[in-house]
Ligand binder design. Structure first.
Ligand code: HOZ
Length: 420
């Protein structure tokens, strides 16, 4: 029995998160034994240059020494207390230093919790029920946000999950990404009822789709005009597309922000926060309830703090270097005739005539060509996400040799996809 067969006997689909299952690319998933720097090693002893990087958290690559030792030291002191620790305050201060609009921060365990809680807070603050989201944006798997969702939902063609009550989904209004007129029309048709607009400021769950010039500024203006809150889901983009996330990169300040992935340094940790007067509605100060036994966990905060401190120290050189590495891979795909969506170190080669601007255009990509490309990359020792609708994550641990090998593999894999 293979490892995957054994897993399927006890785990639905053999995995604990659908995007890992490789179903869209017609292969069995790798079982990972360990990772170091830019590489992962599977249980058969094969080595791969890794651009999944746990779907984003590992901006310094696998098993970064400073982070591993911070985690080890923290673990020796106790795994969880369910009581305040100083590291929670320090981590929140690090987040606020990078994203000053995060005047007050609440730590949670996952991006799903962060976005779910931010939406609840927006509803509590405004006294309104409806929200506007964008087709192809993915904000985790809470009920009201699993509507026209990206990531695994788009890959598996289940954008609207079973089990979501119609009454929940009915309060979720969906616009096309990069379409301000569509958002304006939803506000007009639901006057006085919209609590918030939640958006991935760089869409990265339908492949990487950057915001068009003026899109985020336009959302800010529409929210202000209509008395709604603007929520940036910076789970992927936070500390990634710039030290201060997409808010810094595009110069747009949301009312609330959601962070995950990089802020946890590879451990289960996320955060939401924003303006003090809004956050003071969160319990115990206010009536919006949200809680968690493991929230602000001492081992997770140690990992996040170690990573964010390294980012603060190195931000002057690190982000330009990541951008240059991303640009280099973009150029390799472009030279092979494949358009790319990219912002800094996140990118997606699209098997389409042009890089998409919204979910409908992304969905029209040639996913069978992508599957051939994926298999060829894997066979040449390069591990990318097993879906057209995800991002490649370049890390600081990807070396010159890794990038050169990836450029060569990309040219060959694209050619194979074309030949099929
Ligand atoms: N949200 C990530 C995909 N874009 C990975 C988490 C998952 O769905 O497993």
């Amino acid at each position: 029995m293979t490892e995957f067969e054994r897993a399927q006997n006890v785990l639905p689909g053999g995995v604990n998160s659908p995007v890992r299952a490789f179903r869209a690319v017609g292969r069995d998933p790798l079982f990972i034994a360990r990772g170091k720097g830019g590489l992962i090693f599977d249980t058969a002893g094969r080595e791969y240059i890794d651009y999944v990087m746990s779907w984003g958290p590992l901006i310094f690559g696998h098993a970064k020494e400073e982070i591993v030792s911070a985690v080890t030291e923290a673990a020796k002191g106790g795994l969880t207390f369910g009581a305040p620790t100083v590291r929670e305050t320090e981590l929140a201060e690090e987040i606020r230093f990078a994203a000053p609009y995060m005047e007050r921060v609440r730590l949670v365990n996952s991006g799903t919790e962060a976005t779910m809680s931010a939406v609840r807070l927006a509803r509590g603050y405004t006294g309104r029920d409806k929200l506007i989201k964008f087709a192809g944006n993915y904000h985790g798997h809470s009920d009201g946000l699993l509507v026209r969702a990206g990531s695994g939902c788009m890959t598996g063609a289940v954008p609207d999950s079973l089990g979501v009550p119609a009454s929940y989904a009915g309060d979720t209004l969906v616009a096309a990404y990069n379409d301000l007129a569509g958002v304006e029309a939803l506000f007009a048709a639901n006057a006085g009822k919209v609590a918030c607009v939640i958006v991935e400021p760089v869409a990265a769950n339908m492949g990487v789709v950057p915001p068009k010039a003026g899109f985020l500024q336009g959302l800010r203006a529409l929210c202000d005009k209509n008395g709604a809150l603007l929520i940036f889901d910076e789970v992927i983009t936070g500390f990634r597309v710039a030290y201060g996330g997409a808010a810094q990169l595009y110069g747009v300040t949301p009312d609330l922000g959601c962070f995950g992935k990089v802020v946890g340094g590879g451990m289960p940790l996320a955060a939401y926060g924003g303006r003090k007067e809004i956050m003071e509605l969160v319990a115990p100060l206010g009536g919006v309830y949200q809680a968690g036994t493991l929230s602000g966990n001492p081992v997770a905060t140690a990992a996040g703090l170690a990573q964010l401190r390294l980012l603060r120290e190195r931000r002057g050189t690190l982000y330009p270097a990541l951008d240059a590495a991303g640009a280099r891979l973009e150029a390799a795909f472009a030279a092979a005739g494949v358009p790319v969506g990219r912002v800094g170190s996140i990118l997606t080669p699209f098997f389409a005539p042009a890089a998409p601007e919204n979910a409908a255009e992304a969905a029209a990509c040639d996913t069978r060509a992508f599957a051939v490309y994926f298999g060829a990359m894997l066979d040449m020792g390069v591990y990318v996400a097993p879906s057209q609708f995800e991002a490649m994550f370049v890390s600081a641990a990807h070396t010159e040799a890794h990038l050169a090998a990836t450029e060569a593999a990309a040219a060959h894999a694209v050619a194979s996809a074309r030949k099929r």
